[in-house]
Design a protein around this ligand. Sequence first.
Ligand SMILES: [Cu+2]
Length: 178
Amino acid sequence: MRIRLLTAAVLTSAVVLAACGNDDGADVRQIGGEVSGSQAASGTAECTPIGDFATADTTVNATLDEYSVTLDTEAVTTGAVHIAAENIGDEPHEILVVEAGSPDDLPVGADNRVSEDDLPDGSLIGEIEAFPGGQTCDGTFDLDPGTYVLFCNLVTSPGGIEVSHFMEGMATTLTVTG
Ligand SMILES: [Cu+2]
């Protein structure tokens, strides 16, 4: 799954590079940067549900807005955890699930995004990819006991100024107990 996503990202990067030439924004992930090239080209990333929430052991409701992630619970028991995400904002948002003690533990790159390549091996559990404001999306992830950071790693340019959603505080923690 990651290999396929990485391939899509590389293809998308090629499209972005081709479109922007040597523009200094070429290395900033654009909206839809991790979906297929055709979707990215249209600028619209739709919800792609992850996993099957019908078989989940528990549900966490997550509300996404500019720029926050709010959960309806701080802790769940281990198992298949359904994250039911509602984007009540205007911008697209996503949720990455990383095993880490707090948002401060995540490595941030020069582009003000969490550097997914620099995360400890195996700590990136999965993600609900970017989906538009006013919509919902579901992701189900098998979570072992531990602490997880749920965050949005998009950089957008509302009003022409780049905003790192993570750096603006779009992150929270979820504790999974045994
Ligand atoms: Cu966001």
